[in-house]
Write a protein that binds this ligand. Structure first.
Ligand code: P6P
Length: 342
């Protein structure tokens, strides 16, 4: 990096973004500062997990004599503890907890709501595979005081911010506040996330599809036909596509965002709604992908328009380059009019 290049932290980027929107009221800089602190604490544990054997189950003691917690429980607690006292939030909800998480009575409440998946893909960590933290921020609906389930159960288009962290060889924080998608890479030597990918735009079409093909036998016909179509040879449409599936959604979608293509977790004859959670995974990642120029659907409807009925409800998910998602939907809806391979 040349010394002339300015060093932009997440906090500076948010503040400069707020200056561009006079109506902003310092809305995010404090909230995201607290969130990035929790993320750095999680990063510290994730990056040494293989060495300190803290993957144990709850109840064991580690070499420091501390109670060992599974990493996802640890991450869940760190995010809650970092955000429960800042006065920005009226309520939280976590993928790890059945009910909403209230702000302790001793702390002030604020006008925002935080939903988060503290450590998505944590079952992969002992294979040193990328895992991630995902978050969604909404404005509260109720007037004041403690937030409620109503504040948490909002459709995705109501999000005012969302983002993810992908922990790996380099750890990145990617977020949107509705003004484009921006990526920051952690510089461990100074413990700061520095702007590395400003205004990420997803390619209109890619050459990679990402899905667990082990579920093929349970897929509906449209899904089977679409994947077979991608595997046909046709140079004019860059087919066959490459198949890439890490099995850690944050990593698979991060690659899709940067390289283009499509990520899919469909519903099937065993699980009509698929596996991924609407509120903690699909909505925040869909806001990011749409803000980068992509598309995200459940096969028939825009994910961000889905009206939630349950905090932990699952949804089929098809997201990525707009031309790829449009093509996928044609197959899923039995409307494909695409020419067979020449
Ligand atoms: P499958 C990880 O457990 C996760 O929740 C997502 O990160 C990932 O995309 C998906 O499940 C993988 O599920 O059924 O393909 O192993």
């Amino acid at each position: 990096m040349s010394f002339k290049q300015k060093v932009v932290t997440i906090e500076r980027h948010i503040i400069e973004g707020e200056r561009a929107h006079p109506d902003a009221s310092g809305k995010f800089s404090g909230l995201l500062r607290d969130l990035t602190l929790a993320v750095k604490i999680i990063w510290r544990e994730v990056s040494k997990a293989g060495l300190v054997n803290i993957l144990g189950t709850i109840g064991r003691e580690n070499i420091h004599g501390e109670q060992v917690k599974k990493l996802d429980v640890f991450a869940d607690e760190k995010i809650y503890q970092a955000l429960d006292h800042g006065g920005h939030l009226c309520v939280m909800a976590s993928e790890e907890n059945e009910d909403v998480l209230h702000i302790p009575d001793k702390y002030p409440t604020g006008k925002y709501v935080l939903l988060y998946d503290p450590l998505d893909g944590s079952s992969n960590i002992d294979a040193n595979v990328n895992i991630g933290t995902i978050f969604s921020i909404y404005r509260r609906i109720t007037a004041s005081g403690k937030g409620t389930m109503e504040d948490c159960l909002q459709p995705g288009y109501k999000q005012v911010a969302s983002g993810y962290v992908v922990y790996g060889s380099s750890t990145m924080f990617v977020y949107t506040t509705g003004d484009g998608v921006h990526g920051f890479t952690l510089d461990p030597s100074i413990g700061e996330f520095l702007l590395s990918h400003e205004n990420i735009r997803i390619p209109k079409r890619g050459k990679i599809y990402s899905v667990n093909e082990g579920n093929y036998r349970w897929w509906h016909d449209g899904m089977k036909k679409y994947v077979k179509y991608l595997q046909e040879e046709d140079k004019a449409t860059s087919r066959p596509y490459s198949g890439r599936y890490i099995g850690s959604m944050v990593a698979d979608i991060h690659r899709t965002l940067l390289y283009g293509g499509i990520f899919m977790y469909p519903g099937d004859t065993r699980h009509p709604d698929g596996k991924l959670r609407l509120m903690y995974e699909a909505n925040p990642m869909s806001f990011i992908v749409e803000q980068a120029g992509g598309k995200s659907s459940n096969g028939t409807e825009r994910i961000l328009d889905v009206r939630p009925s349950n905090l932990h409800q699952r949804t089929p998910l098809f997201l990525g380059s707009p031309e790829d998602v449009n093509e996928c939907e044609e197959f899923l809806q039995g409307k494909q009019t695409l020419a067979p391979a020449s």
